[in-house]
Design a protein around this ligand. Structure first.
Ligand code: SAH
Length: 384
């Protein structure tokens, strides 16, 4: 269980926004109340968007007063909203001091995807990511992670989650959902903030909160192998692997984490993640197309060979440039040829459509503001 206090929170008040059901039950039992209160309060916060305890009309007045004294519901505040011509919306949310994070909503015909951040900045130093160039400051708390859904829901659907008491009993049913999918593909490496990410995901999946299916929540990771193993035991949501290279030589250059967990170990961990589970059909391999780095026909054939026997589909991501990036995006013709080779080798291969480009909301362009950039980790090869 994580520390969910937000920094500009009055220290003595407990922020309940990031508590999953187990944590919430423990909290109520600690203050001498019945565990069923946990379900009530969870619904108020996440399904009805309650911002304080006074709104919780089916909770006794005495308990509401007690909760007001000791606890709070505190989320980061939106400081900027940008809408792209394709309907993509990017929010900048203020955390403590100089830190802020970005969250992106991507509407499509049959779904709405929220791209959520898990850290302020990123420690992994992947050369082609502007977030990485920002350095790393700290992990987000579970409250700050789930708050991105809570805040986005309100911004997207202000009437459905009004502040009035009359909202009691109104559930956020699957038909009315604006956010149908969540991808942890914003700022940060989710598996390096394991406990807080998992607690927030529990809330995403929890019927009394957001009730999303495991299939619709995706963790994207550069490949923190031991954490992948843990994830399978604790919360086996959908998986996207930022592979980006067909061999260790190239991957060491563009994803330094590879020096610690090379491709073979990573793919074995993916295999393990799926073993014995017939419901999960496949995971996604993400492959950013970098001109002259990883985009040759030979690279495509190497990739096809590397992934054989793995239950995966491939997303080719056109590189989104940012100021001072050292890379260029592959030519469209090259990307098409790459796709064709993988397709002929039997892989479902999709070229990801770039969304929200005019507001810098596309993959890898999220930057927020990182106050202290000094905490980047260097990953070196280890023996085990
Ligand atoms: N740390 C996680 C999640 C964040 S990145 C991870 O590495 O998976 C989400 C996806 O966007 C990754 O596949 C990432 O490699 C890709 N991406 C990052 N920067 C990009 C850029 N400039 N252009 C295109 N895709 C990028």
């Amino acid at each position: 269980m994580s520390n969910t206090s937000l920094s500009n929170t009055t220290p003595e008040k407990i922020n309940l926004l990031g508590y999953d059901l187990a944590h919430m039950k423990a909290f109520f039992s600690e203050i001498g109340e019945q565990p069923f209160r946990a379900v009530q309060v969870l619904k108020w916060i996440h399904q009805f968007g309650a911002e304080n305890f006074t709104q919780m009309s089916n909770v006794s007045q005495a308990l509401r007063a007690k909760l007001n004294d000791i606890a709070e519901i505190k989320a980061p505040e939106i400081i900027a909203e940008q809408k792209a011509s394709d309907g993509t919306i990017k929010w900048l949310m203020r955390l403590d001091g100089g830190n802020s994070i970005e969250t992106v909503y991507i509407p499509e015909d049959n779904r709405g995807t929220l791209c959520v951040s898990s850290q302020v900045g990123c420690a992994l130093d992947c050369g082609f990511r502007s977030t990485a160039k920002q350095g790393f400051n700290r992990n987000l708390t579970s409250a700050e992670i789930i708050a991105q859904l809570w805040v986005a829901n309100k911004a997207l659907n202000p009437l459905a989650q009004s502040k009035s008491d009359t909202i009691q009993g109104k559930v956020q049913d699957s038909k009315n959902r604006v956010i149908t999918n969540v991808v942890l593909m914003g700022m940060g490496e989710p598996l390096l903030n394991f406990d807080n990410v998992v607690e927030a995901i529990h809330l995403m999946l929890e019927d009394h909160a957001y009730g999303l299916s495991k299939r619709r929540v995706t963790i994207s990771t550069a490949g923190v192998v031991p954490a992948l193993k843990r994830l399978r035991e604790e919360c086996d949501v959908s998986l996207a692997i930022s592979l980006h290279a067909p061999n260790d030589r190239i991957r060491n250059e563009i994803v330094p984490l590879n020096k610690k967990y090379p491709i073979k170990e990573l793919l074995e961990a993916c295999q393990y993640y799926f073993n014995g589970d017939t419901k999960k059909k496949q995971f996604t391999i993400e492959y950013v197309m970098l001109a002259g780095i990883n985009d040759s026909e030979k690279n495509a054939r190497e990739l096809a060979f590397l992934l054989k026997n793995l239950p995966c589909k491939i997303n080719l991501i056109p590189f989104n440039p940012f100021p001072n990036s050292e890379f260029d995006c592959s030519k469209m013709q090259t990307i098409n040829r790459f796709q064709d080779i993988l397709y002929k080798a039997g892989y479902v291969t999709v070229i990801r459509k770039t969304r929200g480009e005019d507001i810098d909301a596309a993959c890898g362009q999220l930057a927020g503001k990182v106050k202290d950039k000094s905490r980047r980790i260097k990953f070196e090869k280890t023996s085990g």
